[in-house]
Design a protein around this ligand. Structure first.
Ligand code: 5AD
Length: 474
């Protein structure tokens, strides 16, 4: 049977999509090749969020065509995912050797199309059409066949985004928001847990908007809020009673009920989704890990408005304050764009000062990249490349300095980790994650796989903590 090699660019949703395509192909009898040179089929699962990501995948394809493919003319090569969706046929015009272009609503047809191409029934396939219910079309996970069961799994809960931030290409690559149903998602999670999964990350482009059109918020539960949230300063208008519960928090509640599941995470949320119901969930649901990746994008109200983000600096700071009130050790991560059109030095300073105020555990900084058919790409006052570079550098220095300080503060502290398996770089070391989503390495053995264990942190490396299990697990 043919073998396939899939290379993934971009976000966790892309990783999940690649995993699902791989599982689908394995179920149809394909094997997984160790490299593109050894594969009968090479698929690149692409990202469009910045031009750099697109160029990387295009260069890789050129490289595959020039090496592996030139030695074996029968090799099938294809693009799938976001760039396939946004560029479609243009990709085969640019690279005529490409056999397959598979859009983001067509992953479930990968096996069928590859079979046709391999059998020579069709010479080329480009399919980027929309397909109803594609958000629930694939649920295969690659669990069997790997040496050890996965401890942690991604579950896609929704597709698309209606926020239309002016810089962002995602609404055109992933389409309108479409959510799966709560019972469907819970059934998938239960199946994973029955197969040994302990941690589930719920995925979507804007998970906090999950089900908001189809699933009504349920009324106040009436019981008092946790003490940390009961003051008006923290809860704002809601005072001491529970807020209405959004569809997303209803989903968290339902997943939380699954016996044997130890940890829940989600990504990516939107700040406007951090209502009091979600803040309160962090206090109430022990399986919900105290970690949040909340994209800030800018600390300037003027830019937030131009970006169409729908919140202010003050609102963002309020969310952080509420989260820290219920979970003081919460790990806080963010995304920031520098050099958005019209960003002045004063706007950029607002972002710097917000980072100083919040002290994120880490921040992913992106230089603004104009994307096709987005309003920001047509805005005047594009910021010169050298200023984007320079601001990127300054912000990175600040973020790294804060992050390093926060890492060092872990030394001597006890943390709880879920052990994921041997470290990729050094098989004698095992790796796990804390609840606040930091990677910890320790001298482990196969018996630790999938265990929840307490460790004392002894030292730090670059974005890694080193722990010793012997000290606390006697
Ligand atoms: N340019 C630079 N960064 C971008 N992002 C999204 N669109 C762009 C763009 N046009 C960043 C945002 C988002 C992250 C995934 O990518 O910060 O949160």
């Amino acid at each position: 049977m043919p073998s396939v090699f899939i290379k993934t660019y971009g976000c966790q949703m892309n990783e999940r999509d690649s995993e699902a395509v791989a599982a689908q192909l394995v179920a149809k009898g394909y094997s997984l090749a160790p490299s593109e040179a050894a594969a009968d089929v090479v698929l690149l699962n692409t990202c469009s969020v910045r031009d750099f990501a697109e160029q990387k995948a295009i260069n890789k394809m050129r490289n595959v065509i020039g090496t592996a493919r030139s030695e074996r003319r029968d090799q099938i090569v294809g693009f799938m995912g976001c760039m396939a969706q946004s560029r479609g046929r243009e990709l085969v015009e640019k690279l005529p050797d490409v056999d397959l272009v598979l859009g983001t609503q067509k992953f479930h047809r990968a096996a069928e199309y590859l079979d046709e191409l391999l059998a020579g029934k069709r010479a080329k396939i480009v399919d980027t059409a929309a397909e109803a219910k594609s958000e629930a079309a694939i649920r295969e996970h690659l669990l069997n066949g790997s040496a050890k069961t996965a401890v942690s799994a991604f579950v896609s809960i929704m597709q698309g985004c209606n926020q239309h931030c002016t810089f962002c290409i995602v609404p055109s690559t992933r389409g309108e928001e479409r959510s799966r149903t709560i019972p469907d998602i819970v059934a998938e999670c239960r199946e994973l847990v029955a197969r040994g999964v302990k941690e589930i990350t719920l995925l979507g482009q804007i998970v906090t908007s999950f089900g908001r059109r189809d699933i009504p918020a349920v009324g106040r539960a009436g019981s008092p809020l946790p003490a940390a949230m009961a003051s008006d300063a923290v809860t704002g208008a809601h005072g001491g009673t529970r807020p209405a519960i959004s569809a997303f928090v209803q989903l968290l509640n339902a997943v939380h009920e699954i016996e044997g599941l130890e940890r829940i995470r989600f990504t990516s949320p939107h700040p406007k989704g951090y209502g009091d119901d979600l803040v309160e969930a962090y206090a109430r649901l022990p399986k919900l890990c105290e970690s949040a990746h909340i994209p800030l994008q800018s600390g300037s109200d003027r830019l937030l408005k131009l970006m169409h983000r729908g919140y202010t600096r003050e609102k963002f700071l309020g969310i952080i304050q509420k989260l820290r009130a219920v979970q003081p050790n919460i790990g806080l991560y963010t995304d920031i764009i520098v050099g958005f059109p019209g960003e002045t030095e004063a706007d950029f300073e607002q972002t710097m000062s917000l980072c100083r105020a919040v002290e994120f555990d880490n921040a992913y900084i992106f230089k603004y990249s104009p994307r096709r058919d987005t309003p920001a790409a047509a805005m005047e006052n594009q910021v010169p490349q050298e200023i984007r570079e320079e601001r990127n550098h300054r912000l990175l220095e600040l973020v790294n300095e804060i992050a390093a300080r926060k890492y060092d503060a872990f030394i001597g502290r006890q943390v709880q980790i879920l052990v994921e398996g041997p470290s990729k770089k050094n098989a004698a070391r095992y790796t796990g994650r804390t609840r606040c989503n930091r990677i910890v390495l320790f001298d482990g053995s196969p018996r630790h796989h999938g265990q929840i264990m307490d460790l004392k942190i002894q030292r730090t490396g670059s974005f890694t903590l080193y722990g010793d299990p012997a000290i606390v697990n006697l």
